[in-house]
Design a protein around this ligand. Sequence first.
Ligand SMILES: [Zn+2]
Length: 62
Amino acid sequence: MNVATTMDEEVVVFCPKCKTFETVWLTKGVIVRTQKFTQEDDRIFHDCGSNEACRLLRRFAS
Ligand SMILES: [Zn+2]
């Protein structure tokens, strides 16, 4: 799954290296309001130094 979207949405980012879960917002596919993650194109990397892109898990809050 990539982050390309036309909507603002809340997603859970999971770092495969340090097993961190973090809730972040995406605006039009761009990660917002975080200093813990770096976005490169459609991939997001945690600042723990992981070389493996984080996984994005959509939340379906109702
Ligand atoms: Zn990490």
